[in-house]
Design a protein around this ligand. Structure first.
Ligand SMILES: [Zn+2]
Ligand SMILES: [Zn+2]
Length: 134
């Protein structure tokens, strides 16, 4: 089970079941939203996610024009999770908001085309230039 929440604690979440995957996203929109070089994501089954508090929604669009729903705390501004309406069964949690991020061992990097040249990516990582295939 995963538990986490925003910086101020107004929004909390819990995800039961096994996470579906981990990844690091270097897209420009994740950089802007997080104010950082990349975002670290853990994907869970949306039906297993319970959220308390009321995150705000920013309706973003990916490079292809497809909508991306970015949920964040309206009080402290922490980015919390994203959902692609094209695949709403998955929720991509911003792993920095986990209570215990020690489970994170992401090896897949997406949007490497916009990764900072100063960002070190491990030699054994899987590098995907833009969106993951399929
Ligand atoms: Zn907050
Ligand atoms: Zn991204």
């Amino acid at each position: 089970m995963l538990k986490g929440g925003c910086l101020c604690g107004a929004v909390r979440y819990q995800a039961d079941g096994k996470p579906m995957g981990q990844a690091i996203c270097h897209c420009r929109n994740c950089q802007k939203q997080g104010g950082s070089a990349f975002s670290v994501l853990i994907s869970v089954d949306s039906s297993q996610l319970t959220v308390t508090g009321e995150p705000k929604l920013f309706l973003d669009h990916g490079d292809s024009g497809a909508p991306v729903h970015r949920h964040f705390c309206g009080t402290c501004g922490s980015p919390l999770f994203s959902i692609l309406p094209a695949n709403p069964a998955l929720t991509h949690i911003k792993a920095g908001t986990l209570d215990d991020p020690s489970i994170m061992m992401p090896r897949v990097h997406v949007w490497c085309d916009s990764a900072w040249s100063s960002t070190l990516i491990a030699d054994n990582a899987i590098r995907i230039p833009r969106n993951p295939p399929g």
